[in-house]
Design a protein around this ligand. Structure first.
Ligand code: SAH
Length: 459
């Protein structure tokens, strides 16, 4: 081991920062967070540090460094752009046994700053011993994604009850099991959903041994339009936690591959006009599994609250008293528009955007066409492939210019994405000839013109 990681209590202790630029600023922010008594020494300081000094107590001395500045310091940071000064400070500090950090000069340091994943009071410090800071930072980014933002609150809750639990559960192995259940189970989930009072109540009940009958939970999660990189951290966490998964046809196989390996998978997909599992049936299944104590993942394409019947499903759960949480996903409109280089709004072309169902009922579309032909808006039709021609004709019939640009995005955000561009007259033919297959999304409006210059993703 090159360096021993230690967590340093700097609260109220004197830390000296020599330097007044951006490098010093970064260290100052960390020292402020740690509650240090900070002295900044530099002939000049930049505007950002001046601003910081208005909000926090910093002693600032606008002079060059002098040797007596180290008196009483428990840590010194040299962040000047003069390497000779930095070296002098390092030697002086080492001579006095004061820990010293010289930014970007590992050979002059006796302590280095790690990359930090901060879920205070939980902290993860990562160091490459000054050898590959970029690698340490990359690792940090990966961990940030893995650790829920609510971890700190969970740790604080545990800290509050630690002694009490120790008194109640004498056997260390039982105590360990108790905490594992708290950190993995529904109490942690309550904390992440900001239901702190309820989490605390549940913890107390658990400790008193009178747990209410174990009820599971339903996670209604948006799986996004296809590219698994577009999942949210929360979605991924719950996907890894679920015991049982009810999923739709629209959830891509790349996204499905991220679900917990030993979870039971149940396909409840619908193909238009053909409903192998009825909506009532799905609603009922979700409630039943959760009431059996299972963690149920209801995984949907895109966002569950946009043409996803998510509302109906959780209404049923609410009625049955089943706990649930809803995780938004990237809806097809956002995903397809981004990956096709078609901004949905644009100051020059569209001040609003509408998400519309293009699903034909009894072979016709019952929409408020008058509203839809108004200028300066973008229209996005979901489920519109078979109705494409009717949609285009209806818009023209109500007064929309036949030359209005229109796009159809097939399997947006995936490696198989195709984008077809035309206008209200030409698009149906283009799409027919290319034999586009669902899922597809239709975008109508002047913003479609931007595709030529802004397209970046090659499916
Ligand atoms: N809840 C979903 C929409 C469900 S309705 C969401 O928020 O995206 C199903 C329709 O979504 C499809 O008919 C299609 O119009 C659209 N869609 C979903 N994924 C898509 C994709 N990857 N590419 C194009 N359209 C998509």
């Amino acid at each position: 081991m090159d360096l021993l990681p230690l967590f340093h209590n700097l609260r109220g202790r004197r830390c000296v920062v020599v330097g007044g630029g951006d490098v010093a600023l970064r260290k100052l922010r960390q020292l402020i967070d740690a509650g240090a008594a900070i002295l900044v020494i530099a002939p000049e300081i930049n505007a950002a540090i001046r601003k910081l000094a208005q909000k926090h107590t910093l002693s600032i001395r606008l002079t060059p460094f002098s040797d007596t500045d180290l008196d009483g310091a428990v840590l010194v940071i040299a962040a000047t752009n003069d390497q000779a000064v930095n070296r002098h400070i390092s030697e002086l500090a080492q001579g006095r046994n004061v820990p010293v950090n010289v930014v970007d000069s590992p050979e002059l340091c006796t302590v280095v700053f790690p990359s930090i994943v901060d879920r205070s009071p939980v902290q993860i410090a990562i160091s490459s011993s000054g050898k590959a800071p970029v690698l340490a930072r990359m690792l940090r980014t990966r961990l940030e994604g893995l650790i829920p933002a609510g971890y700190g609150k969970l740790a604080a809750l545990a800290g509050k009850h630690r002694n009490h639990v120790k008194e109640r559960i004498g056997n260390p192995l039982d105590r360990k099991a108790f905490w594992e259940e708290v950190f993995e189970g529904d109490i942690a989930e309550l904390v992440y959903s900001e239901k702190l009072d309820e989490a605390e109540k549940r913890l107390e009940q658990k400790l008193a041994g009178n747990q209410p009958q174990q009820v599971g939970e339903v996670y209604l999660v948006g799986g996004g339009p296809g590219d698994p990189d577009l999942l949210t951290f929360r979605a991924l966490r719950l996907m890894q936690k679920a015991d049982i998964v009810l999923y739709d046809r629209l959830v891509s196989k790349e996204v499905m591959a991220l679900v917990r390996r030993d979870a039971e998978l149940i396909y409840v997909g619908k193909t238009a006009g053909d409903h192998p599992v009825t909506q009532e049936n799905i609603n009922e299944k979700l409630a039943e599994f959760a009431l059996q104590g299972k963690r149920v993942l209801r995984l949907k394409g895109g966002d569950p609250f946009i043409f996803g019947r998510g509302g109906e499903e959780i209404a049923h759960l609410a009625e049955r008293g089943v706990p649930f949480q809803v995780v938004p996903g990237i809806t097809a409109a956002s995903g397809c528009a981004s990956y096709a280089g078609i901004p949905l709004t644009h100051r020059d072309y569209a001040q609003s955007v509408r998400f519309i169902t293009g699903h034909l009922k009894d072979h016709s579309l019952d929409l408020n066409w008058q509203d839809l032909v108004a200028p300066n808006q973008t229209l996005v039709f979901y489920m519109g492939l078979s109705g494409l021609e009717s949609i285009c004709k209806a818009l023209i019939a109500r007064g929309k210019a036949a030359t209005t640009p229109a796009a159809l995005v097939e399997k947006g955000t995936t490696a198989r994405q195709r984008v077809f561009i035309g206008d209200l007259t030409t698009l149906p033919d283009i799409v027919r000839k290319a034999e586009a297959k669902a899922p597809t999304l239709i975008i109508v409006g002047d913003v479609v013109k931007l595709h030529d210059t802004l397209s970046w993703f090659k499916g």
